[in-house]
Design a protein around this ligand. Structure first.
Ligand SMILES: Nc1ncnc2c1ncn2[C@@H]1O[C@H](COP(=O)(O)OP(=O)(O)O)[C@@H](O)[C@H]1O
Ligand SMILES: [Mg+2]
Length: 493
């Protein structure tokens, strides 16, 4: 590839606008050229027919003027013929030739040459045979194209001679050439206009595209989402800029959530770690010597470590859900089994508080186990989180009621009702947020400082993975009911 080729190649294939420009130019030029060619051919044909008709009329008129003299065939008659021919020829600017019935030259408007036989010319031959004949040919002397119309002159049924009127086609050709130039000018002007419009369009399109790609590059290099694109237009490009900005906004929000999560998580991890540190310090300072204090301190150490372990487990779970590394969401899950396993896990604590746990499963299709497509471990985890809360926030001698029913064979409703203290309406909309714990005082009062505020956030995440919803109804002092709705098959979601 030489330099020119390379420049052309770059110019063409590095720019969408240039490719469009070339395409437009080609299409417009080809179309205009075809139209011009067709027009020129039509104009030429029309002009030739017009000219032929005029020449024919002149030949017939001259015939009417000289037919008597042709028949006479005397020197005087010949003279009259010659002068009639000359008159008409000068008036019209044409060349006229008259021959007798044997094809011999009688009169010639150009020069009165020697008598010669013109019957070898095809058009004269045909006219001698009695038909009007037209022909166009190039004259070897003048190198011009000529049109000839030869008309027979008849009198009492026989052909007495032939009049041939000829005219050079220079005039028509000059006009055609002029038309051709006009067409070429139109093609050129259209081309220039096309280029100008294309350049203008290209600038309009290129500018936002360049801005967009520059911003995308900047974001990918620096990870900085602070800048938005200017949206100046309402067309497709403007819409693209809007979507791009929405994407940046979304990324910005995600980044903010991520930062907040990290800062919350670090904070939550720091508190018990520092507490563990002080307990250990106290033990080292002498508390270990006192058997009573030692038991008490070791007990709180155990609780703190438990809390830390729970928190780390929750953090791991939620980050696993966030990262999408859990991929098994399509297994068959026996919901009755999942529920009874979850209940078994909270039963010891529930028994400690003498809480009654009851489970009702209402099946539509008589007796069969409810089977759902999803992830059994994750669903069990979600139920366990809700049940743990129910046990935790319900005072002694209360009850927990689990009610499962299938709805229309498509969805499953799991209601978990407790007779606990309920949730303040102000907290209700927020309890599914990460790290959100309602009413710290009451939490402490329930004797359970071990909460992380992540339990319900994990529930919401898991339910969403199953294309389901989770909601809560609660009355302070009466209790809360968590309602999970799950499609039996994700494609029914
Ligand atoms: N069954 C319930 N009864 C009363 N309050 C509840 C119940 N379940 C959840 N909550 C409230 O919702 C908050 C968030 O719950 P969760 O995300 O599990 O965090 P945690 O249990 O670690 O505090 C809890 O702090 C509690 O105030
Ligand atoms: Mg909880």
């Amino acid at each position: 590839m030489n330099l020119l080729d390379r420049i052309l190649y770059r110019w063409l294939f590095r720019s969408l606008a240039n490719q469009l420009l070339i395409t437009y130019l080609l299409v417009i030029t080809i179309a205009l050229a075809a139209v011009s060619f067709w027009a020129l051919v039509a104009i030429r044909k029309e002009s030739l027919t017009d000219l032929q008709n005029t020449l024919e009329v002149e030949a017939v008129n001259l015939g009417l003027e000289i037919d008597n003299d042709l028949e006479l065939d005397s020197p005087k008659a010949r003279k009259r013929i010659q002068s009639a021919v000359d008159r008409r020829a000068t008036r019209l600017g044409v060349a006229i030739v008259v021959v007798d019935k044997d094809g011999r030259l009688l009169a010639d408007s150009s020069e009165p040459g020697p008598v010669e036989n013109l019957s070898k010319e095809q058009e004269i031959n045909e006219a001698l045979a009695g038909v009007i004949s037209k022909t166009t040919r190039s004259d070897p002397d003048s190198l011009k194209n000529w049109m000839y119309v030869a008309c027979p002159v008849r009198s009492s049924g026989t052909t007495t001679g032939v009049i041939r009127v000829g005219v050079p086609l220079t005039e028509i050709e000059r006009r055609l050439k002029k038309d051709l130039f006009v067409f070429l000018e139109i093609i050129l002007a259209t081309g220039v206009v096309t280029v100008l419009i294309s350049l203008w369009l290209a600038r309009r399109v290129n500018r936002p595209v360049r801005e967009m790609s520059a911003l995308a590059k900047q974001i990918s290099i620096s990870g900085d989402f602070s800048a938005f694109l200017p949206v100046r237009r309402r067309d497709e490009i403007g819409e693209l800029c809007l979507s791009f900005n929405q994407m940046i906004g979304r990324l910005r929000e995600q980044e903010r959530v991520r930062q907040e999560f990290i800062s919350n998580a670090s904070h939550e991890l720091k508190t018990p770690t520092m507490a563990i540190g002080s307990v250990v310090e106290a033990l080292q300072a002498g508390a270990a010597e006192d058997p009573k204090l030692r038991v008490q301190f070791l007990g709180s150490l155990e609780r703190l470590v438990d809390r830390q372990t729970n928190l780390i487990q929750d953090l791991l779970d939620i980050s696993k859900l966030d990262s999408g590394s859990e991929t098994n969401w399509q297994s068959e899950v026996n919901i009755s089994q999942v529920i009874s396993d979850a209940v078994d896990q909270v039963r010891p604590q529930a028994e400690k508080k003498e809480l009654a746990i009851s489970t009702q499963i209402t099946l539509e299709s008589g007796g069969q186990d409810l089977v759902l497509v999803g992830n059994a471990n994750q669903l069990q985890r979600a139920l366990l989180n809700i049940l743990t809360n129910a046990v935790k926030y319900t005072p002694a001698n209360g009850f927990i009621n689990i009610n499962v029913r299938s709805m229309g064979g498509e969805r499953l409703e799991i209601r978990i009702q407790d007779s606990g203290g309920g949730i303040d309406p102000a907290d209700l909309p927020r309890i599914f947020e990460r790290f959100y714990r309602a009413d710290k005082a009451r939490t402490r009062e329930s004797g359970n400082p071990g909460g992380t505020g992540l339990g319900l956030a994990i529930v919401r995440e898991i339910v969403a993975r199953h294309h389901g919803t989770v909601e809560v109804e609660s009355v302070v002092g009466k209790g809360s009911t968590f309602v999970i709705l799950l499609p039996l098959r994700p494609d029914n979601a």
